[in-house]
Ligand binder design. Structure first.
Ligand SMILES: [Zn+2]
Length: 165
């Protein structure tokens, strides 16, 4: 089922700290499926549950350029000292783009939809996606990091449409 994307910098559901998932139920599995369908339709490369109006700690990211990975209760346990700057956009903030500095590598602990506890390391764009999505779970939007002047309403960035997370 395709869900509606919550938008707006002051949207309360996007600003609320999301609750951990205590038990993975059929409802959780359905929510993840719906998130996947919605993310694909809107050509996002990542999605967090609050973006479809659910304040639960679930995120999706795209890895290896195509595979969607669902993470339940993701916890970034380590970040690299090395940082990088890249432009970010967000399905919840249509038309806004900003350059953000973030750690290049992260270690994440999470649960898979099957309930397996997993630890994985990510770098570069994938590490950025995870940090962006985990921020959503804490009510943080990428625009919080940039100066007002650095956020652009960017119509020329057609190629960036595919990189909204
Ligand atoms: Zn986002």
């Amino acid at each position: 089922m395709i869900l509606e994307i919550e938008t707006g910098r002051e949207n309360p559901v996007l600003r609320k700290k999301s609750e951990p998932v205590r038990e993975i139920t059929k409802k959780t599995a359905k929510l993840i499926r719906d998130m996947e369908e919605t993310m694909i339709l809107f050509k996002g490369v990542g999605l967090a549950a609050p973006q479809i109006g659910v304040n639960e700690r679930i995120i999706l990211i795209t890895i290896d350029g195509k595979k969607i990975l669902a993470m339940i209760n993701p916890d970034i346990t380590d970040v690299s000292e090395d940082t990088a700057v890249a432009e970010e956009g967000c399905l919840s903030l249509p038309g806004e783009w900003g350059k953000i500095r973030r750690p290049k590598e992260v270690t994440v602990e999470f649960m898979t939809p099957k309930g397996n506890k997993t630890v994985m390391k990510f770098k570069d764009f994938e590490a950025r996606e995870i940090q962006h999505e985990v921020d959503h779970l804490d009510g943080i939007l990428f625009t919080d990091y940039v100066q007002e002047n650095d956020v652009t309403l960017d119509d020329i960035s057609g190629q960036l449409e595919a990189e909204r997370i």
